[in-house]
Write a protein that binds this ligand. Structure first.
Ligand SMILES: NC(=O)c1ccc[n+]([C@@H]2O[C@H](COP(=O)([O-])OP(=O)(O)OC[C@H]3O[C@@H](n4cnc5c(N)ncnc54)[C@H](O)[C@@H]3O)[C@@H](O)[C@H]2O)c1
Length: 444
């Protein structure tokens, strides 16, 4: 049975509560057991990968892939039935896989997402789902073409914090009047001088060339791999060939607070400023502005991202935005809404009496997401459209943020045609994409 038919079957057994159905051995699941569990490949098994083990334990992890062979020993204790791979291009070909959960470094994300969707696998992709505008668009397009069959989730798990829904409701129910602008910022600073010099050689158990994957060659240096479990990304995500700095790191989480509330698609213009350009390293300090057209409930707005110590103007003398390390602010005709991931504060404008604010009744509140990874698992087994951060929603946001880095690099205000995925500047258009090494086709 091909993966999609098998999935249809899972869907119907789950929906009818027929999880106890005894299946003909080996014919439906590629594994010799009756089950309504998903067959999952975990790509990148350590670090962030460990955060997913508790949910994965309830499913069949049939494949483990990591470029560091030493990571398999512990992973196999938890998922003893899994086959192991060092190259995700081979892993993804394993026929019985229904779904891929990917926790590799960022420079593989778009590739893995696209290769997996091309093979009809559901995908949970750690954020950011892509590095460039071209990659974000292709991930989104691939998803849109199969959205009735494939469940996708970008790893912005903070989205499940109920505050995200409450912020959206307050903005849309008129707590600040008509929305005029939205801002997000993050204060993480990881300055680096440039790519690391050659130092030593990788152990036989570590496949550095596969780690580089689609990115250009760089000499090995163990410093790229010296970070704490779950935070090793901070050792490589500042370098242009491996990440997008805070844009794809905390920016993906924090802009999500804004993106979730504004129902935006493509910006029509973008401009950026920041520290002097470094050809190796993404900027610490960066300010990007995106002009978004009006939609059916709000006027045209400007959306801004500030990082590395840059901040929007405070709405009041007595509010120090710097205290909110990662925050969002919505300005409206009747006041301001400030938020961090879990709390929010409404500041009505002078003279605003709140009579215009009609909070929705309790039965109309946005339902809780619940477990973020579980939401994806349930969508894989049931209705694939039921994830809160699918590759349409997150793909547009990631495209916007990547576009901001292009405007920063060319140092000009750019017009953007979202339908075509092109700016009005030839130099900028070249930066919407990156070269991928031979053997690492994006649409493979
Ligand atoms: N959602 C969150 O809150 C959150 C938090 C931390 C990290 N992350 C994301 O998770 C990802 C991983 O971050 P990390 O800190 O765990 O990084 P890491 O450098 O520790 O890598 C994670 C694992 O992937 C393996 N790996 C590296 N390249 C691989 C490849 N080509 N194929 C297979 N395995 C490979 C590594 O050996 C390691 O075991 C990043 O994209 C990061 O942005 C998300």
């Amino acid at each position: 049975m091909n993966p999609l038919n098998r999935r249809q079957f899972l869907k119907s057994t789950t929906a009818s509560g027929a999880g106890l159905l005894i299946l003909p051995t080996g014919t439906l699941f590629g594994q010799n057991r009756p089950s309504s569990k998903l067959n999952i490949a975990l790509i990148g098994v350590w670090g962030r990968g460990l955060q997913h083990y508790n949910v994965l334990k309830n499913e069949n992890v049939v494949a483990l892939c990591d470029v560091n062979e030493l990571r398999f020993e512990d992973a196999l204790k938890v998922f003893p039935g899994a086959k192991t791979y060092i190259d995700w291009r081979k892993c993804i070909e394993q026929k019985d896989i229904d779904a891929v959960l990917c926790c590799t470094p960022d420079h593989h994300h778009a590739h893995i997402a696209i290769w997996a969707m091309n093979r009809n696998k559901h995908v949970y992709m750690e954020k950011p789902i892509a590095l460039t505008v071209e990659e974000s668009r292709l991930v989104r397009e691939k998803y849109l073409a199969k959205k009735s069959k494939l469940a996708t989730q970008a790893g912005t798990q903070r989205h499940a914090i109920p505050n995200f829904a409450r912020v959206r409701e307050m903005v849309q129910d008129g707590a600040i009047g008509d929305l005029q602008g939205a801002f997000a910022w993050g204060n993480r600073q990881l300055p680096k001088p440039g790519y690391l010099p050659a130092q030593g050689s990788p152990p036989d158990t570590f496949h550095f060339d596969l780690w580089l994957g689609p990115s250009p060659e760089h000499p090995y240096n163990p410093e790229y791999f010296s970070g704490k479990q779950g935070a090793n990304c901070l050792q490589w995500n500042m370098y242009w060939d491996f990440g997008t700095g805070q844009v794809g790191d905390m920016g993906n989480h924090t802009m999500d607070l804004v993106w979730n509330a504004i129902d935006a698609k493509w910006p029509t213009a973008v401009e950026a400023s920041g520290e002097a350009f470094n050809r190796d390293v993404t900027p610490v300090r960066l300010i990007t502005h995106f002009d978004h057209p009006s939609n059916n409930w709000r006027p045209e707005i400007r959306v801004s991202w500030f990082q590395g110590g840059a901040l929007p103007n405070s709405p009041a003398r007595w509010i120090d935005l710097d205290v909110i390390g990662h925050g969002a602010m919505f300005k409206g005709t009747k006041g301001v809404l400030l938020a961090d991931f879990s709390t929010r504060t409404l500041i009505p404008a002078a003279g605003a009496d709140l009579t215009y604010y009609k909070p929705r009744p309790v039965e109309k509140l946005i339902p809780p997401v619940g477990g973020f990874q579980e939401e994806w698992i349930n969508a894989c087994k049931g209705d694939p459209t039921k994830t809160s951060c699918n590759f349409d929603y997150n793909g547009l946001m990631t495209e916007q943020m990547a576009l901001g880095l292009v405007a920063y690099r060319v140092g000009k205000k750019l017009k953007y045609d979202g339908v075509k995925g092109l700016t009005d500047d030839a130099e900028a258009n070249k930066l919407l994409r990156r070269e991928h090494r031979l053997g690492w086709t994006l649409d493979g």
